[in-house]
Design a protein around this ligand. Structure first.
Ligand code: SF4
Length: 73
């Protein structure tokens, strides 16, 4: 299983992830990005397990503060 991890406290709200990968990312009312369906693993760390990470690699590459990580196993 693959995992997408967001360190949400580092998000600066640039919108790149939601633009590159709207299936999984949307901007929240507080101006930061939400990883759709993710669970809050630890403080501001959100995780989502996926069979196929699809466009999340592009979202991770586009994030200017590198707060999105994709682990592929
Ligand atoms: S690309 Fe990164 S900094 Fe920009 S909104 Fe998404 S998570 Fe936040």
């Amino acid at each position: 299983m693959n995992k997408v991890i967001q360190e949400r406290d580092k998000c600066i709200g640039c919108g790149a992830c939601a633009s590159m990968c709207p299936k999984f990312w949307e901007m929240g009312e507080d101006g930061k990005a939400n990883l759709k369906g993710a669970t809050n693993a630890d403080n501001e760390k959100y995780e989502l397990e996926l069979e196929n990470v699809e466009c999340n690699n592009e979202a991770a590459d586009a994030c200017p503060v590198q707060c999105i990580a994709v682990s592929q196993e």
